[in-house]
Design a protein around this ligand. Structure first.
Ligand code: NAD
Ligand code: LMR
Length: 339
């Protein structure tokens, strides 16, 4: 027992000294929520994080006190709106994770969250622009297809927009696609890496099975695509009014944050699909798109082309672009009308 604890501690120390070459403050906005709590827990377990700040309109300090007892090196602080809490949480942050906002209930689309979440994200983006203009902003709050453009418009209006440091987190779609294909094929999900492009809602989620060497067809393909596109609804329905995916999302958000930290600390070849300001479909008036993105110390290092896809995948992509254009325009228009 003692020996295994010593081995665990030694591994932790080695991981810490190998990776924590610089101070990395991570802030979670909405840190006391369904996603915020397990996401903060996972960031506390990440040896690359040296400081973890949790902000929420309620409950931030309590969750921070709890997580702060975990015996990893990072310092944890918790904030609420009083006493300049938001500014203190954000100052010095390298990564800001944003799962603040309301989740869906059965029967709702992600776009139905727009009226509530648009102003929450807008106000948090303003605070980020003022307190940590150079941070990487990782937007989880839905509808991601619109909340990311909202952040971009706010950053532009504040004169600090850096398209290389604004990310819509679509990692959960990739996680689901890998899990679902492994269930279908009886493979180890750890060996699966399915690229998912487009955006993060229904028809805008486009899995590219063919690029992983799979050639499902007919009902098998339709069922797989449907499950990836509507995996979120599966969870919303099962939770029956108690919210949407939180634990799988926390894992996905922590994976993306870890990828950014690795890249910031010098690891090469770190690639994740993510929803970013992208050149790929700008000629069609679509300024944001999720495709494979290589990450680096400056955030976005290289945006990959979509690559070779099948006629079925092209049909999905065509449908995706129609919806995506509207979702992005809605976010941009919101900031014009409600600056
Ligand atoms: N990108 C994705 O793949 C993905 C996956 C799952 C959920 N989501 C979205 O994430 C969001 C959060 O989901 P959840 O299940 O954690 O919801 P939740 O209601 O459990 O938690 C949200 C938290 O945000 C806090 N909050 C609200 N307004 C705030 C503000 N102005 N500043 C700081 N904190 C604020 C709330 O107090 C709450 O603690 C939802 O919009 C949901 O749709 C996205
Ligand atoms: O489905 C939702 O509303 C939450 C999230 O976007 C998900 O994909 O699980």
């Amino acid at each position: 027992m003692l020996a295994s604890r010593q081995i665990f501690n030694a591994c932790q120390r080695r991981a810490f000294s190998a990776s924590a070459r610089q101070a990395s403050k991570v802030t979670v906005l909405g840190g006391a929520g369904g996603i915020g709590q397990p996401l903060s827990l996972l960031m506390k377990l990440n040896p690359r994080v040296t400081e973890l700040a949790l902000y929420d309109i309620k409950g931030g300090p309590g969750v921070a006190a709890d997580i702060g007892h975990i015996n990893t090196k990072s310092v944890v602080t918790g904030y609420q709106p009083d006493a300049d809490g938001l500014k203190k949480a954000l100052t010095g942050a390298e990564i800001v994770l944003v799962p603040a906002g309301v989740p869906r209930k059965p029967g709702m689309t992600r776009d139905d969250l727009f009226n509530t979440n648009a102003s929450i994200v807008r106000d948090l983006a303003k605070a980020c622009a003022d307190a940590c203009p150079d941070a990487n902003i990782l937007v989880i709050s839905n509808p991601v297809n619109s909340t990311v453009p909202i952040c971009a418009e706010i950053f532009k209006s504040k004169g600090i927009y850096n398209p290389k440091r604004l990310f819509g987190v679509t990692t959960l779609d990739v996680v689901r696609a890998s899990r679902f294909i492994s269930q279908h094929k009886g493979t180890d999900p750890a060996d699966e890496n399915i690229t998912v492009i487009g955006g993060h809602s229904g028809a805008t989620i486009v899995p590219l099975l063919s690029q992983s060497g799979y050639s499902l067809s007919g009902k098998d393909l339709d069922d797989f695509v449907y499950r990836v596109q509507f995996g979120g609804d599966e969870v919303v329905k099962a939770k029956d009014g108690a919210g949407s995916a939180t634990l799988s999302m926390a894992m996905a958000g922590a994976r993306f944050a870890e990828s950014l930290l690795k890249a910031a600390q010098g690891q090469k070849g770190v690639v994740e699909p993510t929803f970013v300001d992208s050149p790929l479909y700008k000629d069609q008036g679509i300024d944001f798109f999720s495709s494979k993105v290589e990450l680096g110390p400056n955030g976005v290092e290289k945006i990959h082309e979509v690559g070779k896809i099948t006629p079925e995948e092209q049909k999905l992509l065509d449908a995706c672009l129609v919806d995506l254009k509207k979702n992005i325009a809605k976010g941009v228009e919101f900031v014009k009308q409600n600056p």
